[in-house]
Design a protein around this ligand. Structure first.
Ligand code: P6P
Length: 337
């Protein structure tokens, strides 16, 4: 890593930028072809654009709804569409990407067949966007898989219904007090921060190989649904609040990436259980839970639907939902019993 000489001659290592980091990671893994680095570099380009749109929305009148309802049955705001289009436009020009699926698309989107296109992506282009016009942090979430269909043709649905355990990379961008990229390729979790003065994602030393505290300090759940929960979930949340050793405080932003990121750094557990109103929970297995479950496991945490590890669930439909408890290992294991 390059270093700069400070005024008193001490060496201060400059934070490495994402291009140098990916180059170094590629050198560490001789089998790497550079394809993942290329895709991550393109995803970072999209995030810079979305970060700009998020941070200037109030000035440019980008708030507001399109009046459309997406496949999830949710109102689509202008920025949902812009973010989805940004991902589509940039990734369709990446030779290593054979197609993608998105929370905002009814079905998967194949790109023109190319012998180099070995990967497919899932993403939630803008999660938490209902909070966007009140200046609450929101995020983009992504997963990268190797395609499993015949490489000589277009992708098919099987490429987008792989268990989360098959991911080769996952991450999220958090558009908050700063714009961050947190990702893993199975060799630890890295947290980059966008330096707006140079337009580069850089890696501060203490965000390399992030490890989640094994015990939760806070729990994140929408307690308005308590009357709808199972007795097991009611008892568990009450235990978290009243246990003798280190009872949890409550933190719930209502924006998944913001809640997840705080828990990743400070220790915590996020829950969106099934209930009478959400029989399969609310959050989407493929574009939200699998990418975060891969990160949490790489950081020493766990993710479950209450019975199974999220990463071991075999998806049966593109937009299926799943109940989720995700975060510090000790509390997730306590729920599992
Ligand atoms: P509720 C945002 O709409 C979202 O998809 C997640 O970002 C967030 O964690 C969850 O829904 C909040 O849902 O039902 O508590 O408003």
């Amino acid at each position: 890593m390059r270093s700069e000489l400070s005024h008193n001659g001490e060496n201060h290592a400059l934070p490495i930028n994402i291009s140098d980091h990916l180059r170094r990671e590629q050198l560490r893994h001789p089998e790497a072809t550079g394809a993942l680095s290329s895709i991550l570099a393109d995803l970072s380009r999209v995030a810079k654009e979305i970060s700009y749109l998020v941070n200037t929305a109030g000035i440019n009148g980008a708030y507001g709804s399109t009046g459309k309802i997406n496949v999830q049955g949710e109102s689509v705001i202008k920025l949902d569409e812009q973010a989805n289009r940004q991902f589509k436009d940039i990734l369709s020009n990446n030779p290593y990407v054979a197609g993608f699926a998105s929370e905002e698309e009814m079905t998967f989107v194949p790109f023109a067949p190319d012998s180099r296109s070995k990967y497919v992506l899932w993403f939630d282009p803008l999660d938490g966007s209902s909070n966007f016009d009140t200046n609450v942090s929101i995020g983009s979430i992504f997963s990268i898989y190797q395609r499993v269909s015949d490489a000589r043709g277009s992708v098919n649905e099987s490429d987008f219904l792989q268990a989360g355990r098959a991911q080769v990379c996952s991450g999220y961008f958090l558009y908050g007090t700063s714009t961050m990229l947190v990702y893993t390729t199975g060799h630890g979790v890295y947290g980059f921060t966008l330096d707006p003065s140079v337009g580069e994602f850089v890696l501060p030393q203490d965000y390399a190989k992030i490890m989640m505290p094994e015990s939760a300090r806070t729990y994140s759940v929408n307690e308005a649904y308590r009357p709808l929960w199972s007795p097991r979930m009611v008892a568990f949340i009450d235990w978290l609040k009243t246990r003798n050793d280190d009872p949890c405080g409550a933190r719930y932003v209502g924006s998944l990436v913001a809640d997840f990121h705080r828990n990743l750094l400070k220790g915590g557990i996020f829950l969106y259980p099934q209930d009478e109103k959400h029989p399969s929970g609310k959050l989407r297995l493929n574009c939200e839970l699998n990418p975060l479950a891969y990160i949490v496991e790489q950081a020493g945490g766990l993710a479950t639907d209450g019975e199974n590890n999220i990463l071991d669930i075999q998806p049966s439909s593109l937009h299926q939902r799943s109940p989720v408890l995700i975060g510090s290992k000790n509390e997730v294991l306590s729920y599992m019993g």
